[in-house]
Each structure stands twice: as C-alpha cells, then as structure tokens.
Design a protein around this ligand. Structure first.
Ligand SMILES: NC(=O)c1ccc[n+]([C@@H]2O[C@H](COP(=O)([O-])OP(=O)(O)OC[C@H]3O[C@@H](n4cnc5c(N)ncnc54)[C@H](OP(=O)(O)O)[C@@H]3O)[C@@H](O)[C@H]2O)c1
Ligand SMILES: [Zn+2]
Ligand SMILES: [Zn+2]
Length: 352
C-alpha cells in the first residue's frame, strides 16, 4: 500500500478537504495512473451529501470523482494494453465479477457485483473505493480506457461519465439522422448529449430552464432551443419527438415532456433526482409512449464513445479549477452556474 493525496468529505454536511488515502500497489494486472484532470459530476455532489441514502448510502470518508484522465506511471507484469507514459482514463467502474451474463455481454454497468470507482466495497483493501479527486489511482487494465490523442485532456475527462451516460441510451434507442431528439437540462450531461446527438445526425431540440443558455445551446449543436418554462413554446412540439433524454438533477414535471413524444416515442431518464417523479398514466397510454432509465455504459461501449468523440473532435466545455475551489464549485453547480462542466486540474493538489 502507499499513501495518495486526495480531497474527501467526512460527513454529509462537511466540506471537502485535503486528506491522505491508502491505495494498493499495482498488482500483476494493474495500471497506476497519475491523475491529471477529474470532472465534477452532479452525482459526486449527490453522493457526498448522501442524497441517495435510500439506494446507495455514502460511506465516509468519501473521495468522489469518476471522470478521470491521466498518465500511466507504473504497470503490473501482466499488463498488455498500457505502458508508463501512456494517456489513460477511468470512468464510473473499476471492476465487476466478469463472469455473469451481463459482464459476458459487455454490459458491466448491469453487473450485480460491479465495483464503482468510489463508494463501493473495495475487494483489494476491504474498505471502500476512493475516486478521482486524488493524485493517483490504481485500476485493473480491463477497466482502463484509451484517450484519443487529439482531444484536450481537461475537456476529455467529462466524457468518462457525462459522455458515456448520454451516448449509451442514444445508441440503444437508435438516435440517428432523421430522428427528432430532445435533450432536457443543459448541464454537464445535457450539453454532451446535444453534441453527441448532433454528431449522430439527429434533429436536436434543447430544453432549458435558463433563457441565458439559448445561444450556447445552438452553438453546441442544437437545431432549436425551447425555454421550458414557456408553455406555448412547449406546446408547439407536442407529439413530435422520437426520443427525449432527460438529464435534470432536480424535481420537475416529466409529464410535460411525455406529451411531446410521438407514437412509441421514449423518454430515457439519466438524471437522478433525490425524490420520485409523478408520472401520469394517460401521458404514457396515449401514444403507447415509454419511460425508461439508463446508467453509464459498459467498458467496450465507453471506448467506442471515446473513439467516436476523437473522430468528431468532441470534448466537454469545461471551466478548469484548482481542487481548492471544489466546495465553491459544488455551490455553483446547484445554481446551474457552470458552462458546462467543472474539470479539476489535479496538479493543484500538490500545493495542498
Ligand atoms: N444515469 C447515470 O448513470 C448518471 C450518470 C451521471 C449523472 N447522473 C445524474 O444526472 C443528473 C445530471 O447530472 P449533471 O452532472 O449533468 O448535472 P448538472 O450539470 O447540474 O445539470 C443538470 C441540469 O438540470 C437542469 N436543472 C437543474 N435544476 C432544475 C430544476 N429544478 N428544474 C428543471 N431543470 C433543472 C439545469 O439545466 P438548465 O439550466 O438547462 O435547465 C442543469 O444544468 C444528476 O442527477 C446526476 O446525478 C446520472
Ligand atoms: Zn457521473
Ligand atoms: Zn458481472
């Protein structure tokens, strides 16, 4: 074991602060990565504040962060895919049982025994996993991704969660040219969804509560933007969407969006508000519409998404911050005051 520097929270109400955490020395199949950038996902905030206590209670101290890019510093003797000096990335998963039908099908995100990058039982240490708000991480090479060399690293980090979480359901539901696709909530996930849906060739409509994001959304690749607080603007799109991705982090009226779907249209929730949403049966019945959810993505699909983003030169729009600003960043995230993802420059951890 060795000591790594990190930022952790010791309770649901405490600020994140500098800490030392134990990491395992790289074993045969492990890759040790010096973390260069880590994105701030809204899930980090939900988890740090124990907002998912009924489903995924937080174990403290909690070191969040699952949008990790860095450089390989050491590899185990059996590692084939990476060598010291290579760029590498880690997303929301660091292990799974590898033997269940889901794992065999490449759907590690559905494995009952998956290990999340943070707040999961750690098979190696017996404690809990610690995420990317840290100077280094050690991960089995099967769960380490390659970063296309043309991508800016600070902007590439958010692809590891915001990118794959939006890419995966859009691929599953057949987002392509000729489809009308809505994206609700233009935050970290939503702005990636707009870029990816546009690159997949769809007609993209962005829904935002922030009128100030209108021009930006068009620049990100939306063909149209609707300010969702305006009922008339919403009504113009009634019954017209093939697919809508809902990336809102707070309570909101899902029925207003169900009514915008055409026959057999689908809304997929990727946003995970703390409280249940009320769904009108009639909004589903008329039009045989469906409502579903989707978590992150498997390892092979995450690599496919990174390669797709490399090909289309897609990264997140980021505001790079030093780790010392992380608590302030959380407060701003709650106010949707970031365009559109914070990316922590982990070199700042060296100074405290
Ligand atoms: N399914 C998964 O695997 C997965 C993976 C990652 C994250 N998530 C979840 O996805 C959600 C979004 O994450 P994120 O990192 O993209 O968060 P974010 O950057 O905070 O974006 C959320 C966006 O939702 C909109 N919004 C916020 N409050 C709202 C309200 N009261 N009513 C309506 N709209 C509101 C805002 O967009 P506008 O200003 O445009 O309205 C905001 O920018 C979080 O709940 C997160 O935990 C799920
Ligand atoms: Zn995330
Ligand atoms: Zn499995």
């Amino acid at each position: 074991m060795y000591n790594a520097k990190a930022y952790s929270a010791v309770s649901a109400t405490s600020r994140l602060a500098s800490a030392t955490i134990p990491r395992r020395d790289p074993a045969e199949h492990d890759v040790q990565i010096e973390i260069l950038f880590c994105g701030i996902c809204h899930s980090d905030l939900h988890q740090v504040r124990n907002e998912w206590s009924g489903f995924m209670p937080t174990v403290y101290p909690c070191v969040p962060g699952h949008e990790i890019v860095g450089r390989v510093t050491k590899v185990g003797s059996a590692v084939k895919k990476f060598k010291p000096g290579d760029l590498a990335a880690v997303g929301c998963l660091v292990d799974s049982d590898r033997t269940c039908p889901e794992c065999k099908a490449g759907f590690e995100q559905f494995c009952a025994n998956m290990t999340l990058t943070y707040n999961s039982p750690d098979k190696h240490t017996g404690a809990v996993t610690y995420g990317g708000y840290s100077d280094s991480i050690v991960v089995d090479e099967r769960f380490v991704l390659r970063v296309p060399s043309n991508l800016d690293l600070a902007g590439a980090a958010p692809l590891l969660c915001a990118g794959i979480t939006t890419y995966s359901p859009m691929r599953h539901w057949g987002v392509t040219k000729g489809k009308k696709v809505g994206v609700v909530g233009i935050g970290g996930l939503g702005h990636m969804a707009v870029k990816i849906a546009h690159a997949l060739g769809a007609h993209v409509v962005a829904f935002t509560t922030s009128a100030s994001k209108k021009e930006d959304a068009l620049r990100l690749g939306a063909d149209e933007v609707v300010v969702s607080r305006n009922a008339n603007e919403m009504q113009k799109h009634a019954g017209s969407f093939h697919f809508i991705l809902d990336a809102v982090a707070a309570a909101h009226d899902i029925n207003a969006y169900l009514n915008l779907l055409r026959r057999d249209g689908n809304i997929t929730l990727v946003g995970a508000p703390e409280k249940p949403l009320a769904v009108s049966a009639f909004a589903l019945i008329f039009g045989r519409r469906s409502l579903s959810g989707s978590p992150i993505g498997g390892i092979a699909e995450t690599q496919e998404m990174l390669d797709f983003c490399g090909k289309h030169n897609i990264t997140a729009n980021v505001e790079v911050i030093p780790i010392q600003k992380v608590n302030e960043a959380y407060e701003r995230l709650l106010k949707s005051d970031v365009k559109y993802r914070f990316s922590i420059d982990m070199a700042s951890l060296k100074s405290g």
